[in-house]
Design a protein around this ligand. Structure first.
Ligand code: PMP
Length: 438
């Protein structure tokens, strides 16, 4: 029997004592009491297939990760001013997954902290504060990162774009002007970055950094056209700026073919930031950079982060890498992801509302439209599908400027059977919703 407060009591207690800005998923909130692999179990014993939460990278409550955390916590947890094996073991394992230039790391406790440190480094290295970001991006919760997050500063509660921030358009091939040949998408979208560099120049400014997710996720699971980052990085570097890849959502092998999503664009960033999946839920984050950028940051001021890089966090990080490597989970992500894209495309052939299907490994999006010619976003439909899936025990999300993209990031251990379940329930839900039911 489950103990604890009822769902209604928890909602009331949250309302009474927690910041009202905390949101709750679904109009009928769910109380989860246990996680197990790809499944979450609620207070009534019902299991939900988790296809959304990319933090539990190798599955909820993975025994190897849980044991690593518990064993280290029972022995010692302290800070980086004392010597410990775990931080050096972890930094060696982590940098071994990256191109050789990216060889110096720092640890933090959240993606926001990693991005904040990144910003200090980029500003320190260039002596400038200007940033180029992609429209509708999100990079973190601190004041200076909200300033770099159009997704926040443009929306309700935001205070608009600050003068040091320059926005390039989302390189969204699905919504590119029809007259652009596909093979020119990279160059045409990159022109927007060139325009921003020009705009800066007109104001006597220049970029400290170009910051982008390697697959813009909040913008709606957007896959950069091949060659895009190569074009952009060349322009930014020519203007003296650093190139930063935010891999907080998309890193750690999620794309299957590579460890890092920037690798699919055949570039090497100057700084990469990581978070969410790094500790499978343990609060942990990292920044990896070049020797040169790290050297310029070493200006005499200590960088100390009380919890960052502690032995327990590094034990969690090591265990996550063990599970990915020993379970060949990148290959699994590639195979299951490709299988899902094929099944979604089958579904697209049956449902006019599916405008676009896109995915790489286990990072997937289905864009819903009113009709395929106008591509008018089907926002209400996306919400109904997402709610219908929840009713049927499958968790996904919606994303994009119009919230019309079904977003899926299942754990790396997702099986063929899990994939078939997702596809079956998604198909059933489409059928029901399009027939005017729930
Ligand atoms: N960057 C990206 C791309 C993110 O999605 C997030 C979190 N949603 C962050 C940074 C910030 O990470 P955190 O919430 O761990 O501070």
């Amino acid at each position: 029997a489950q103990t604890g407060r009822s769902r209604d009591e928890i909602v009331a207690a949250r309302k009474a004592s927690l910041l009202p800005n905390l949101s709750i998923s679904y109009s009928e909130p769910i109380k989860f009491v246990r996680g197990d692999g790809a499944w979450l179990i609620d207070d009534r014993g019902r299991a939900y297939l988790d296809c959304f939460n990319n933090v539990c990278h190798v599955g909820h409550a993975h025994p190897h990760v849980v044991e690593a955390i518990a064993t280290q916590a029972a022995r010692l947890n302290t800070n980086t001013r004392y010597l410990h094996d775990n931080i050096v073991a972890y930094v060696e394992r982590l940098t071994a997954t990256l191109p050789p230039e990216l060889c110096i790391a720092s640890f933090a406790c959240s993606g926001s902290e990693a991005n904040s440190l990144m910003l200090r480094m980029a500003r320190n290295h260039t002596g400038r504060e200007e940033a180029i970001v992609l429209d509708w991006a999100y990079h973190g919760t601190t004041e200076e990162l909200i300033d770099l997050s159009p997704y926040k500063y443009k929306r309700k509660g935001g205070r608009g774009r600050k003068p040091h921030v320059f926005e390039a358009v989302i390189p969204d091939s699905y919504r590119a002007p029809a007259e652009w040949p596909v093979e020119e998408h990279a160059r045409r979208f990159a022109a927007s970055v060139a325009e921003q560099i020009e705009a800066m120049r007109g104001q006597g400014r220049a970029p400290a950094l170009f910051l982008a997710e390697s697959i813009p996720s909040v913008a709606g699971q957007i896959f950069l056209p091949p060659g895009y980052l190569k074009e952009v990085y060349a322009m930014v570097r020519a203007a003296g700026g650093l190139c930063v890849a935010d891999e907080v959502q998309v890193g750690f092998g999620r794309v299957g073919s590579h460890w890092w999503a920037f690798e699919t664009q055949d570039v090497v960033p100057d700084i990469v930031t990581m978070g969410k999946p790094i500790g499978n839920g343990h609060p942990m984050a990292a920044l990896v950079t070049t020797r040169e950028v790290a050297a310029s940051f070493n200006n005499g001021m200590e960088y100390f982060n009380t919890f960052g890089g502690n032995p327990v966090s590094c034990a969690a990080g090591l265990a996550v890498l063990d599970v990915i490597e020993q379970g060949d989970l990148r290959r699994n992500a590639a195979e299951i992801g490709a299988y899902l894209v094929d099944r979604f495309r089958d579904m697209q052939a049956r449902h006019e509302a599916i405008g676009d299907v896109r995915g790489m490994g286990l990072f997937l999006g289905i864009e819903l439209v009113e009709d395929r010619r106008s591509k008018a976003p089907a926002t209400a439909l996306a919400k109904k599908i997402c709610d219908g899936l929840r009713r049927r025990g499958v968790l996904i999300g919606t994303e994009g400027p119009h919230d019309n993209v079904l977003k899926m990031r299942p754990p790396m251990i997702f099986t063929r059977a899990n994939a078939d379940h997702l596809v079956a329930i998604l198909d059933e839900t489409f059928g029901a919703v399009l027939a005017g039911r729930q």
